[in-house]
Design a protein around this ligand. Structure first.
Ligand SMILES: C[S@@+](CC[C@H](N)C(=O)[O-])C[C@H]1O[C@@H](n2cnc3c(N)ncnc32)[C@H](O)[C@@H]1O
Length: 276
């Protein structure tokens, strides 16, 4: 991630229990339906314009090397919808196993599959059928047999215990109502010594209580966001060590559809941590 302002907090001790809300006051099924509808549109009509950037413009804002993007199928690039660059948070190594949580149309999974090479493996997980179908086509076009896409939730990852060396994610955690459960799942699927490299968002101002149940503010990547310290505490509370939350780029300014993100001081963020 291209960190415009570095504001990180490193934690090297056992955290106090998180004071951040574990579950949000939102109807979970309505939220999932709205998120699926939004990202089905990003998969099938990426040209329509959203409240966030997509495609090559987004990739440039997030600092992805041009040659990586040029090496992907255009149909993977056009539906990129992340909020950061998980690969800027740490290097992947040949032979590693990677879980991409909320893999969308597969761009990050395909990049990871190239980096870890034939002896490595990548599992992308997503809950939106249109994204999964597109990601699977993209893996075929890219000719990468070491990546597969599984339907599932971050809150119940279809991945065995201790399977992954690293979990990556991009723009997804803020969309998950029960972040404690999702982070527990990330912790479960990573091997001891493994790590998380998550791109997401942080807020500068808390979302007022009443707005936390507004599904449109959730799909707008606002209501599900957390303040910097809340996010760090939640990740520490899941058991991760050496946690850092880094401020990232302004990923909403100038997007095609109006976004309320600026009103809440919403910016991209990178989250790193290790499983002891
Ligand atoms: C903002 S998009 C990012 C997609 C991809 N990571 C990228 O960078 O282009 C969010 C993705 O997360 C998926 N998603 C949202 N909530 C999820 C959940 N609870 N479990 C699994 N996938 C989820 C959506 O279907 C969508 O594909």
């Amino acid at each position: 991630m291209s960190c415009t302002r570095q504001h990180s907090r490193k934690v090297e001790r056992m955290a106090e229990p998180s004071t951040a809300p574990s579950t949000a006051p939102v109807d979970i099924e309505s939220l999932r339906a709205a998120v699926r509808a939004e990202y089905a549109a990003v998969a099938e009509h990426p040209e329509q314009g959203f409240h966030f950037h997509t495609g090559t413009r987004l990739a440039a804002i997030l600092g992805y090397p041009e040659e990586w993007i040029a090496g992907l199928p255009p149909s993977a690039v056009e539906s990129m919808a992340g909020t950061g660059n998980p690969f800027a948070l740490g290097e992947l190594r040949p032979g590693e196993r990677v879980v991409d949580c909320g893999s969308g149309a597969g761009a990050d999974s395909l990049i990871a599959a190239r980096v870890v090479g034939p002896s490595g493996r990548v599992i992308g997980v997503d809950m939106t059928p249109e994204m999964l179908a597109k990601a699977r086509r993209n893996a075929e076009i890219a000719g990468l047999p070491n990546v597969e896409f599984r339907e599932g939730l971050l809150e119940a990852l279809p991945v065995p215990d201790d399977w992954a060396d690293v979990a990556i994610s991009n723009g997804v955690l803020n969309l998950v109502p029960d972040k404690t459960l999702a982070l527990a799942e990330l912790f479960r699927v990573i091997r001891p010594g493994g790590r998380i490299q998550l791109a997401d968002i942080v807020l500068d101002r808390p979302v007022p209580g009443g707005s936390k149940s507004d599904v449109s503010l959730w799909t707008g990547c606002i209501a599900g966001g957390l303040l910097h310290d809340e996010l760090a505490s939640l990740v520490e509370g899941a058991g991760f060590r050496d946690v850092e939350v880094r401020r990232g780029a302004d990923v909403f300014g100038g997007a095609a559809q109006h976004s309320n993100a600026a009103a809440f001081g919403t910016v991209g963020a990178g989250i790193v941590g290790h499983k002891p």
